[in-house]
Write a protein that binds this ligand. Structure first.
Ligand SMILES: *[C@@H]1O[C@H](CO)[C@@H](O)[C@H](O)[C@H]1NC(C)=O
Ligand SMILES: *[C@@H]1O[C@H](CO)[C@@H](O)[C@H](O)[C@H]1NC(C)=O
Ligand SMILES: *[C@@H]1O[C@H](CO)[C@@H](O)[C@H](O)[C@H]1NC(C)=O
Ligand SMILES: *[C@@H]1O[C@H](CO)[C@@H](O)[C@H](O)[C@H]1NC(C)=O
Length: 640
């Protein structure tokens, strides 16, 4: 037995690990740690009430220290938690130093770190302090178009898309001088200044227009040029420049039974049709080989990706290969043999590589993952086998304006209650996150960099009807629990601020906002009549940093429209029935809906024997393109 003073000394010198170990030895009949402290009356903890909650705002890329305000003589070591997970004993790369006074030290703050952190003295969990970490991000902008030429009398739009936290404010300069829209009748600022609209251009409108986006932590700017010139005075260079620009960019590339159809949505015009019997460039092989007993030569595609607006890679599952389409020449330039039944592609921009999931057979009994490195070089492609086999699906988060590097992805077997984290660069397995406690079989995933949350759609192991999504915190790689009672397929808006969950069975759509404090808040619970197959986000035309959603159905012809700023719903009618689910075995999206990027205003969705183009700005049907069967693989190619 030690003297009381010695014991006190021992405790003071204890690390949290020692104390936990002490708890392990602390069998029945002995004092608990807290009782021990109390018995010696050594601990009197104080947290000033006004410090119960403390808000810290940091700019992305900097470091920060969160200091626990709980104090008192002989205060036991401080335990930090994020989303209920203890951080002290995790070996985290970015939260690796707990300081001399038990402060939490984040070496390089990113948007995934936002959220709530709590601290308490070990053994005194009831008294805790909450730190809310907000992360500010300087604006990042894109303008569109970079330059344009218009004839006098025509209207012109200059667009600017900005993201940042807080939301940036936008303004415009013309040739370096501020534009005051109210001074001119023909100049209009739309969507909080993200569009500058000139109703009838005159020669003097020619100029360099600078869009400036500014928030508390930074500024970004870029120029969009406008030239007003008579058609008679068009220079040759001008014509060439314009026509070249028009010929390949801003098109939907649709892969259907009838080959490849390139569609210009503004005029609903088929710009080019590559037939199944056309040849792969410099070879005698047909793009879609004819099958014995087949009356009409036809194609079968599953998945396609756009690689930097230079190439499209597209799978032909029945032919065990990937075709590479060169966008500039609009030709198939190469075919690449891959493992049997390639069904899913993802272009990993951060590493310029393509991930290929092949099923092996229709029962998915031998799935494999392969990688095509240096995909944007487009020639003499090689294929790497990853040894990440036996998983029938994967998820790799998309990049966006703010997050342009993604390091990790997940692979999973849809019949096993776990996901496995992989390093995208080394293609190595890192760790398994088990869902054992939740009996959740992962079906689909989505990710937001705000707070670093992954949302996992679950199927129950038993005959339970619906189980909620699970949330994984990417800071701790831990499951932090169910997403309330929200079930269905998760979709995240391009900026990471909205999570839309579509439940096929209940036909409900729930919209959650992820706040700048990393909170997940339900904003709409919408009962629809639609069994949703797929949905996509369209930037709003009336308000910056807002979206519309457009959703297609597994069974119905209609397309659903929801305005996220108001929750207003509408149905677009007069479309035709989708491809039957049984005729689309590659994934659960038997009717996709594809948007046209950051600045686009058209969306496309296939029916059984035709395609429908939607004007997302007017929320109307633009046209039907007939004679295209099962065109359920679509890629948007932006401005080249
Ligand atoms: C845009 O304008 C609307 C009203 O005109 C306003 O409510 C909203 O906060 C503004 N958004 C931004 C990002 O400034
Ligand atoms: C996926 O998990 C199920 C259930 O454990 C198993 O039967 C199946 O073989 C697994 N798939 C692969 C490809 O390993
Ligand atoms: C599914 O449930 C059964 C019985 O409850 C259990 O034995 C099995 O381990 C569960 N499988 C998964 C993947 O959770
Ligand atoms: C699973 O649940 C048990 C009991 O609720 C809990 O003690 C355990 O920590 C949980 N495991 C995980 C990995 O969450």
């Amino acid at each position: 037995l030690k003297k009381r003073e010695d014991l006190e000394d021992d405790f003071l010198n204890c690390t949290p690990e020692d104390l936990l170990r002490f708890d392990d030895y602390n069998h029945d009949g002995y004092l608990t740690l807290q009782e021990l402290y109390t018995a010696f009356q050594v601990v009197q903890l104080i947290l000033p009430e006004e410090q119960n909650v403390s808000i810290t705002t940091v700019t992305v890329g900097l470091s920060t220290v969160l200091t626990c305000a709980i104090h008192g003589p002989l205060r036991p070591p401080i335990i930090w938690k994020r989303n209920g997970i203890v951080l002290n004993f995790l070996d985290l790369e970015d939260i690796n130093d707990f300081g001399e006074d038990d402060s939490l030290y984040i070496t390089k703050v990113t948007t995934i770190h936002m959220g709530n952190y709590t601290c308490h003295a070990y053994g005194y969990e009831e008294l805790y302090q909450t730190h809310i970490l907000q992360v500010n991000v300087p604006p990042v902008i894109r303008v569109y178009p970079e330059s344009q030429a218009q004839e006098p009398g025509i209207s012109a739009s200059l667009k600017c898309h900005a993201e940042g936290i807080p939301n940036p404010k936008m303004s415009w300069l013309k040739n370096g001088m501020a534009i005051a829209p109210k001074l001119s009748k023909q100049l209009l600022f739309l969507a909080n200044g993200s569009e500058l609209h000139i109703s009838s251009v005159r020669y003097e409108d020619t100029g360099a227009y600078t869009c400036i986006a500014k928030n508390e932590v930074g500024v970004d700017e870029d120029i969009s040029s406008l030239f007003i010139e008579d058609s008679a005075r068009k220079t040759l260079a001008n014509i060439l420049w314009r026509e070249e620009g028009l010929s390949v960019g801003n098109m939907f590339y649709v892969f259907s039974e009838d080959g490849i159809t390139i569609i210009q949505p503004t005029d609903c015009e088929i710009q080019r049709h590559i037939k199944p019997n056309e040849k792969v460039f410099t070879s005698y092989a047909d793009i879609c080989p004819s099958l014995e007993g087949e009356a009409v030569q036809s194609c079968l595609w599953a998945s396609a990706v756009n690689v930097r607006d230079k190439y499209i890679y597209v799978t032909q599952p029945k032919w065990n290969r990937i075709m590479i389409l060169d966008i500039q020449t609009q030709k198939i330039i190469q075919s690449l043999g891959v493992d049997p039944l390639p069904v899913k592609l993802h272009y990993d921009k951060s590493h310029d590589q393509i991930w290929i999931l092949s099923w092996g057979d229709m029962k998915k009994s031998h799935p494999t993952l392969q990688v095509i490195p240096e995909a944007s070089t487009g020639e003499n492609q090689q294929i790497i086998c990853t040894h990440l086999n036996g998983m029938d699906d994967y998820f790799i988060p998309p990049t966006n304006l703010i997050i342009n590097h993604i390091r990790f992805g997940f692979i999973f077997n849809k019949s096993k209650a776990a996901v496995h984290k992989i390093d995208l660069e080394t293609m190595a397995y890192i760790k398994t996150i088990s869902f054992g406690n939740y009996s959740c079989l992962p079906q689909a995933m989505a990710y937001t960099h705000l707070g670093g949350y992954f949302f996992v759609q679950c199927k129950a192991n038993t005959s339970m009807p619906r189980i909620p999504q699970l949330i994984i915190d990417s800071v701790t790689d831990s499951v932090i629990g169910p997403n309330d009672d929200i079930s269905g397929t998760p979709y995240i808006s391009p900026d990471g601020r909205y999570l839309v969950s579509a439940d096929e069975e209940s036909r409900r759509i729930r919209v959650q906002a992820i706040t700048v404090q990393g909170e997940i808040k339900l904003i709409y619970d919408l009962q629809t009549t639609m069994c949703i197959s797929h949905l996509t986000f369209q930037s709003s035309f009336t308000e910056a940093n807002q979206y519309y959603i457009y959703a297609s159905s597994h069974l119905q012809a209609d397309v659903l429209f929801v305005e996220l700023s108001t929750g207003k719903m509408d149905l677009l009618k007069n479309l035709k029935d989708p491809i039957k689910s049984k005729d689309w075995p590659w994934n659960s999206y038997n009717r996709i809906i594809q948007d046209s990027g950051l600045f686009g205003q058209y969306l496309i969705t296939p029916a059984k024997n035709s395609l429908f183009i939607i004007n997302g700005r007017q929320n109307t049907l633009r046209c039907e393109v007939s004679g295209i069967k099962k065109g359920n693989t679509v890629v948007w190619v932006g401005d080249v």
